[in-house]
Design a protein around this ligand. Sequence first.
Ligand code: F6R
Length: 619
Amino acid sequence: MCGIVGYVGRSMDDTALDVVMEGLARLEYRGYDSAGVALVTEDGVETAKRAGKLENLRSELSAHPLAVARTGIGHTRWATHGGPTDGNAHPHRGGEGGRLALIHNGIIENFHALKKELEAAGAEFESETDTEVAAQLVGREYDRLGDLTEAMRVVVGRLEGAFTLLAVHADSPGVVVGARRNSPLVVGLGDGENFLGSDVAAFIGHTRHAVELGQDQIVTITPDGHTVIGFDGSPAQGKGYEVTWDASAAEKGGYDTFMEKEIHEQPHAVGDTLLGRTKDDGELVLDELRISEDRLRQVDRITVVACGTAAYAGMVAKYAIEHWTRIPVEVSLAHEFRYCDPIVDDRTLVVSISQSGETMDTLMAVKHATELGALTLSICNTHGSTIPRESDAVLYTHAGPEIAVASTKAFLAQITACYVLGLYLAQLRGETYADDAKAVMNELREMPDKVEDLLGRMGRVIEMAEFMADSRAVLFLGRHVGFPVAMEGALKLKELAYIHAEGFAAGELKHGPIALIEPGQPVFVVVPSPDTPHELHKKVVSNIQEIRARGARTIVIAHDGDDDVLPFASEVIRIPQCPPMLAPLLAVVPLQVFALHLATAKGLDVDQPRNLAKSVTVE
Ligand code: F6R
């Protein structure tokens, strides 16, 4: 939530503005209800900001260009305190003559008290934001101390909540100071220029050398280098790493939207997440886990914590891991976890799943689990992000950068990583199904080709999406691992097309939701493979019959060759045959494509749906 960019270079020209605007364009997925920049020019600090998408700021900058500068900061906002107006857009000013400019991601929880204190001292505020309080405080401290880093240090000690702050001052050209607590900030190291960003996408067009900052740290960048200190003033060091993807991975590559591109990258997301997980003899090795095998053998309960799409990946994990390891798995929405008095001890493995690695609800759940003595493992797509750092262990998914707000390829990669984890635990513990691990890994390796094959068959799904653009409500049914797929199909439609959509466990229908069925009601049904045990396939076919008999328009997702569904299906979407447990990797794809094209047919912005943002870094 909120994208942040900072830049310092040597040349006094348009570079600072260009770099900041380019970074903001790459970070716009993090928030897009207003945007702004501040440049340190020869005349002081100049700012421009506009409500609405980045395009509005671009128009403002062409209408009223700023002077050249070698230092700049930029912000794209997802509003928390104060609506998305020009006045609430960042940067905010502080200090004598407003010579300091500051941007912020997060929430300053004690801002009311601090604001009162500032008002009592004569300060006036121009916005409704919590950010302006920080700007005024840092500005005042700068006026007192004459040092931007020290001013920031004094102020962060007074702030409660989660925040990344970046500040520049007219009297400190060539310096940007950043601070982070529970909110992301990375440093990019260039040659005679340095960068700050909410994530590496901010500067990937310029450098792949990045430095990860720790919790409660302050970084100062100049053209010649960077220094890091803790909030207590002690010297500190970030952890350097090389970004393994380049700028093209964060561009649309010929697709109309990032979401479409990312849907098409799914075969790679699955394939790359499987890479390097086995030895030549097929034994699974998870070197990056950093937890001893003995400790993992002692685990007697697993709790998955995640939000949204990632939580649906967790629901798939429950079916797979319980089946393969016989360890009980519970899935808890991360924002509920802390408040349900969870039963967790040192034999519990708390698995967090997060694309961004920055979701505040999930981060807080991980911290709570650590306080309770649990072992924590993060399944994450973003190197250097906070959740893996706060966890005992990490299993990275390799989906590449996900820019579209609606998660697609990260979901498939998360499910894949959960399978790998489940199989690894089964192998490690020598449980009933350990021998199957190698066979399942081989089946998993066939999944990228199957996803590719499926993506080539989406013509009818796209047609359906176009002629169903006026639908007012769509239902999704599934059972077993098809249940989370149904939930995910409904979520995609809600968030992209703003259509009321609900996902149900198909067996639950007759306990209430069947009352929603009326003639013409579209219902997607995710049908399990006919090979699924306990005659589940037959039961779902009966569920289709029941709703068809009440007039529903049944859109059935069934495996190739499953003709039992034909008499009851208004439409059949075929997916390649695969083992029942792995089917979510396929069954969700038509639902993603359907939501994408229905939203597009409605003329909506699929990459940046209303009210949403990627990386929800507030609770
Ligand atoms: C939906 C979506 C969200 C995220 C959720 C968790 O398309 O993207 O529901 O899955 O906000 O985000 P991460 O995975 O970054 O923790």
